[in-house]
Design a binder for this molecule. Structure first.
Ligand code: KIV
Length: 264
């Protein structure tokens, strides 16, 4: 029997960077997928507010509530024995004050088995990150394209302001975050940020030089219509599911399912 893999911690993330080993992360929103990812050995599972788009079918992540994130995080947290679980603080829980941010993050830690939170924002959110960390809550930062700010950013665009991105990354590290997501920015800028920080960078659409990578699981599995350019589809589950469902309908209509082997 294979030895059980140990539970990842925030210190393991930092050690992986020091050892020059890449960190693997994927999103999950339910028990079944989280169990598969955990057993496959991914280092981190993100209960992302991307669930607003890929689970709820909304245009943006803005409408996801804290109760909804906790509902999904509870299922994912129960599935994971190895992966570090990171849970998004949904809009606007961390924007309305440090007290509210700590109260929201504490609900996540108390009501689920998850260990850390992620929040979007750089220089402007550094104070809140520091407040969370002093309350004993591990924080993953998130800079570059910030989907919760899509209305002010004017769309889902590649970020190119090197000076601002470096300042945001530094502010997140100085505030005490254990890691930071770099979303949708020029690969050369992400490489400079990664070299400048001692905490690991986790890239999505940020090139090959980040310390780790994260993808939305629906994108990786080929479930998303027209995924962004930075996605690599490792399976084509849309067509697999569609073919299976068509075959099932045909079998039921032609009375070939169920047969004696599916009956009591
Ligand atoms: O919500 C999410 O899935 C994310 C990733 C895109 C990093 O924040």
């Amino acid at each position: 029997m294979a030895a059980a893999k140990k539970q990842m911690t925030v210190n393991d993330f930092i050690d992986l960077k020091r050892q020059g080993q890449r960190i693997t992360m994927l999103t999950a929103y339910d028990f079944t997928i989280a169990k598969i990812l955990d057993q496959a050995g991914v280092d981190g599972i993100l209960v992302g507010d991307s669930l607003g788009m890929v689970v709820q079918g909304r245009e943006t992540t803005l409408k996801v509530s804290l109760d909804e994130i906790i509902y999904h995080a509870e299922m994912v947290g129960r599935a994971a024995e190895h992966s570090l679980i990171v849970v998004d603080l949904p809009f606007p829980t961390h924007l309305v004050g440090d007290h509210e941010a700590i109260a929201a993050a504490a609900r996540i830690l108390k009501e689920t088995e998850c260990q850390t939170v992620k929040l979007e924002g750089g220089v402007q959110q550094a104070g809140t990150i520091a407040a969370l960390v002093s309350a004993g809550i591990p924080v993953m930062g998130h800079i570059g394209l910030q989907p919760q700010s899509v209305l002010t950013m004017g769309g889902y665009k590649v970020q190119r302001d090197e000076e601002q991105l470096l300042a945001d990354a530094k502010a997140v590290e100085d505030a005490g975050a254990f890691s930071v997501v770099l979303e949708c920015m020029e690969a050369a800028i992400a490489a400079k940020i990664t070299a400048a920080l001692s905490i690991p960078t986790i890239g999505i659409g940020a090139g090959a030089h980040c310390d780790g990578q994260v993808l939305v699981i629906n994108d990786l599995l080929g479930l998303t219509d027209s995924p962004p350019r930075f996605v690599k589809e490792y399976a084509q589950l849309r067509s697999t599911i569609s073919d299976a469902v068509s075959q099932y309908c045909q079998d039921v209509q032609s009375k070939t399912f169920p047969d004696s082997s599916n009956s009591y």
